[in-house]
Design a protein around this ligand. Structure first.
Ligand code: F6P
Length: 361
């Protein structure tokens, strides 16, 4: 019987997941191994198991297809985080069942493609006896140990395009436009697209904001004859001393908090304080859709090929990571320990300040 490895995609979907699957299946095939796709996230490892061999021939076109052909989930019986990112222990009976099915499938190791939550689940599976290697995915770019996660570049590229489109509208109507970006508790998407899109105000979770600061910037622009302003706000941005804006009620309690809605709050307050016409636009899940950028395709291909190499070398519990110009590997435990956030004294924020961008402080 051929050597067999498994692959599972967990957490939110993101451009490039299929490109990783493509690279893993191809690199495994060249070693004479078969790759089994686990469907529907980690729950696919529970009875009745949802898995099937991934055919080398089926890989055509996957490199640039958005989403994941395996399906994914950020809820169910494998939840390693809830609320505002607090860690959760998975039921030992669930882990034991997954291990039994993993053995019955004849798998040597499992490639876990996911962000902080899914890699934390992966580590708990590892402790239950399932050898894993990780591939760092998330549009949020908030994983430690890797220069960048895949999906981030695609999300930033979309978000920058959205700012460009909204600017022509803002300019034509002399309006203030508040654009809301994803990113959870890290402001990477907002900071990168905000600077690349030439926004005047960028609000990120790492820097608490005040309305006085935002209004000052708008008034300054008015005085310069610029009667429109682009404001970028990360979903996790907070007013000084305030709390996150979230969706949902008690039904959300067994999963991570769903951030979102801050742009409407900020837009209303700017309108009240300035008397200007203000509109908000939430980019939401559009940031997770579509084809991966060239950068992400290449990164995913390199990540996938290196994940298979790690299995070949028996380097379990490790995650592939980008450390230009190389792809290295690091212990997953080091990547999921704490979030990688935008350094407030780093070059991104400094560059923004040098250009006169208001960070809300
Ligand atoms: O982690 C990726 C992400 O898109 C975050 O930026 C966002 O807060 C969250 O997932 C949204 O999750 P859901 O798809 O469950 O609404």
């Amino acid at each position: 019987m051929k050597e067999r490895i498994g692959i599972v995609t967990g957490g939110g979907d993101c451009p490039g997941l299929n490109a990783v699957i493509y690279a893993v299946v191809k690199a495994a095939d060249r070693r004479g191994w078969e790759t089994l796709g686990i469907y529907g996230g980690f729950d696919g490892l529970l009875s009745p198991v949802q898995a099937r061999p991934m055919n080398y021939q089926e890989m055509d076109g996957l490199l640039y297809l958005g989403g994941t052909v395996l399906g994914t989930s950020n809820k169910g019986r494998f939840v390693a985080k809830a609320g505002h990112g607090e860690k959760r222990e998975i039921d030992p009976a669930v882990l034991a069942e997954a291990k039994r099915n993993f053995d019955a499938l004849g798998l040597r190791a499992l490639v876990v493609v996911g962000g902080d939550g899914s890699l934390s689940i992966g580590l708990q599976c590892m402790n239950a006896g399932i050898p894993i290697v990780g591939v760092p995915k998330t549009i949020d770019n908030d994983l430690e140990g890797t220069d960048v996660t895949f999906g981030f570049d695609s999300a930033v590229s979309f978000a920058t395009d959205a700012i460009d489109r909204l600017r022509t509208h803002a300019q034509s109507h002399n309006r203030v436009i508040v654009v809301e970006m994803m990113g959870r508790y890290a402001g990477w998407i907002a900071a990168h697209s905000g600077i690349a899109g030439g926004a005047s105000v960028v609000l990120i979770p790492e820097i608490e904001f005040t309305y006085e600061s935002i209004v000052r910037k708008i008034v300054e622009r008015e005085a310069e004859g610029k009667h429109f302003t682009m404001v970028v706000v990360a979903e996790g941005a907070r007013i000084k001393g305030g709390d996150f804006v979230t969706h949902g009620g008690p039904e959300e309690k067994n999963r991570e908090a769903r951030l979102g809605g801050i742009s409407a709050v900020v837009a209303d307050e700017i309108a009240r304080r300035t008397g200007k016409e203000v509109r908000n636009c939430v980019l939401g899940h559009l940031q997770r859709g579509g084809v991966p950028t060239t950068f992400d395709r290449l990164l995913c291909t390199r990540f996938g090929a290196n994940a298979v190499r790690l299995i070949d070398e028996g380097c379990y519990g490790q995650m592939v990571a980008s450390r230009p110009p190389d792809i290295i590997s690091i212990p997953i435990a080091e990547a999921v320990g704490k979030l990688k956030t935008v350094p407030i004294d780093g070059d991104l924020v400094r560059t923004g300040r040098a250009l006169g961008i208001c960070w809300g402080d």
